[in-house]
Design a protein around this ligand. Structure first.
Ligand code: B1M
Length: 213
């Protein structure tokens, strides 16, 4: 890893939220590959933070400060991910499921989807099923994107899919799921239309699902 990526990774781990924007901007200005910046510096930092938390080396407040630092870094990158595509490829309603407050991954997916020309309605975190259904209907959405980071909130995804069926929306709305504990097997079990390992995969999946509609 280059020095600048290592510095940025360290800043997220140490929660240097006042300094991160300048450093990420410097990385961008010096032509650092955005994929490396996102994956090798920012996301990998959160993996290390998560491990430290699991090992009892840090606690929730430190994890939160790292998350804030990560978000500020991503904010610098966000405009660069917008491709300027004006064509609306389809409408996607995004949210982190009820009971779950993790939104960094969901925000990253949202940014990339917007960059790829989708219209995104981001309902945020801890989203209730009624709110999802109401928005999907109102927006006549093509896709619902659900994120979950906790093993305890994963089952909520299945509840959402069941609610879509009960509301008669399942044929019209394709469901993409993602988040650290989610995998293809889980997506298949709950009857989702697709699983995105990361933001890039999620965008490709959304493209494919809309094209096949
Ligand atoms: Co929490 N947390 N956290 N946390 N947190 C995890 C998830 C954990 C694995 C840490 C650990 O123990 N190692 C653990 C869960 C364990 C489990 O479920 N078995 C955990 C825990 C336990 C908790 C609390 C319960 C802690 C407590 O209070 N005791 C609590 C729960 C709060 C709640 O949600 N109700 C909690 C709280 C928090 C903070 C608020 C402090 C903070 C979140 C801040 C925020 O998001 N605004 C936080 C953080 C930062 C983490 C870790 C360290 C980092 C998550 C992250 O942002 N990763 C996390 C450990 C880890 O995941 N390594 C951890 C970076 C992000 C870019 O990756 O979200 O995976 P990710 O997204 C990826 C892919 O998964 C995918 O694309 C993204 C880009 O590649 N993806 C999708 C995500 N969504 C997608 C949707 C798609 C497609 C792809 O389609 C729609």
């Amino acid at each position: 890893m280059t020095d600048i990526l290592e510095t940025i990774q360290g800043m997220v781990i140490d929660g240097k939220f006042n300094d991160i924007e300048g450093e990420v901007q410097r990385a961008v200005d010096t032509g650092t590959d955005l994929n490396l910046l996102i994956n090798d510096a920012l996301i990998s930092a959160m993996d290390i933070v998560g491990k430290k938390f699991a090992d009892g080396v840090i606690y929730v407040p430190e994890m939160l400060v790292s998350a804030t630092t990560m978000k500020r870094g991503l904010d610098i990158i966000k405009p660069l991910l917008q491709s300027g595509e004006t064509q609306n490829r389809g409408t996607i309603v995004m949210g982190t499921v009820k009971g779950d407050l993790h939104d960094i991954g969901k925000n990253l997916v949202t940014m990339m989807m917007e960059g790829a020309g989708f219209k995104i309605i981001d309902l945020g975190v801890d989203v209730k099923i009624e709110n999802l259904l109401e928005t999907l209907k109102r927006e006549n959405a093509d896709i619902l994107g659900l994120s979950a980071l906790l093993t305890t909130t994963m089952p909520e995804m299945q509840k959402v899919i069941e609610a879509l069926e009960e509301a008669g929306l399942r044929e019209q709305v394709k469901v993409i799921v993602g988040g650290a504990p989610i995998d293809q097997a889980f997506a298949d079990t709950i009857g989702a239309d697709g699983f995105g390992k990361d933001a890039v995969e999620a965008v490709q999946l959304a493209r494919d699902l809309v094209a096949a509609k």
